[in-house]
Design a protein around this ligand. Structure first.
Ligand code: NAP
Length: 292
């Protein structure tokens, strides 16, 4: 595949995703805050860029997959950011989960420099990133979406343009709202199974195939049973996402009490120092509350 790509952010998700583009034959310039986290990509032929600005220089498309909205702002809009290095006619694609309003701002600031921009957050977790099976929800202009689509197809299986700038991030918020309710259900269900003396793995084998089946119970529920609380998807990032969704809902005068409650449980997970666990770490919070 003929492509010249910049990539910023090679953590849990970005490293696998960038690796797929490299494997597809793209020329990749990569930047991330902690260089060691790009070591395997550099060994496979990616070139190191000292800044996001350098990563974007000469690239047709520059992707970012960083943590928080403040990181997105820095790596795209900052003085050494993607827009400072990208050429007119190129595309900046932010795949981090971030604020819809920031996506709209990036689109406008990019357009002022003749650069196109898409917001393209993902769902499917670390497994989806590794296996190139992500769902990718995109906001932006259709011709730009169609231009980047062949690259998205190297990263995911379900790829959809949801509307104009910010629509990808709004769609991801819907995803996170649905997952919040699902996570508390999975955790409480497995606690109940334990207390009732059931084999938790056997419970997942059965109910994971019925109406209670979900990605969360079949992937994260199984990690809970094995005592594996590694991320996956960091609690600190889930708290960020639920905070964005609650802010957006408030500004739309929309009450989401279920989301607010789950948000509070995860804030308490942060408060007891569990923010760098995967989201299945909520199990530990409720287990402690129940003296388990
Ligand atoms: P992560 O492991 O923390 O990766 C983020 C990477 O970006 C880190 O390597 C980080 O550097 C780098 N970074 C952050 N700020 C930077 C900056 N200012 N300049 C350069 N590099 C910077 O997080 P992740 O799990 O891959 O998640 C990335 C994004 O995807 C988040 O927005 C998350 O909410 C979203 N997401 C995650 C999942 C999941 O299951 N993990 C699923 C869907 C969406 P350091 O290594 O130095 O911290």
């Amino acid at each position: 595949m003929q492509c010249s790509v910049g990539w910023v952010g090679t953590g849990v998700m970005g490293r696998s995703m960038c690796g797929h583009l490299l494997a597809a034959g793209c020329a990749v310039r990569v930047h991330t805050r902690t260089r060691e986290k790009a070591a395997d990509l550099l060994a496979k032929g990616a070139a190191w860029a000292a800044t996001p600005r350098e990563a974007a220089a000469g690239a047709d498309v520059t992707f970012s997959m960083v943590g928080f909205p403040a990181d997105v702002e820095q790596v795209i809009l900052g003085p050494d950011g993607v827009l400072a290095g990208a050429e007119a006619g190129s595309v900046a694609v932010d795949m981090s989960t971030s604020q819809p309003s920031l996506a709209v701002r990036i689109h406008a600031e990019a357009a002022a420099r003749g650069i196109a921009a898409l917001d393209a957050p993902v769902s499917g977790g670390d497994v989806g990133a590794r296996e190139a099976k992500l769902a990718i929800m995109v906001g932006g202009d259709r011709p730009v979406f169609e231009r980047v689509l062949p690259l998205f197809q190297k990263l995911g299986e379900t790829i959809a343009l949801m509307g104009g700038p910010g629509s990808g991030q709004h769609t991801k918020m819907v995803n996170q709202i649905a997952i919040a309710g699902n996570m508390i259900g999975v955790v409480e269900g497995l606690l109940y199974a334990h207390k009732a003396g059931l084999d938790q793995a056997a419970v997942i084998d059965v109910i994971g195939k019925g109406a209670a089946g979900s990605w969360s119970i079949n992937n994260l529920g199984r990690r809970i049973v094995k005592g594996d609380f590694n991320p996956g998807f960091f609690i600190k990032h889930f708290v960020k996402d639920m905070g964005i969704a609650l802010d957006e809902a408030r500004s739309m005068k929309l009450s989401l009490p279920g989301l607010a409650l789950v948000h509070q449980f995860y804030v308490s997970a942060q408060a007891v120092g569990l923010e760098n666990l995967g989201t299945q770490g909520l199990y530990q919070v409720l287990a402690r509350m129940n003296g388990m």
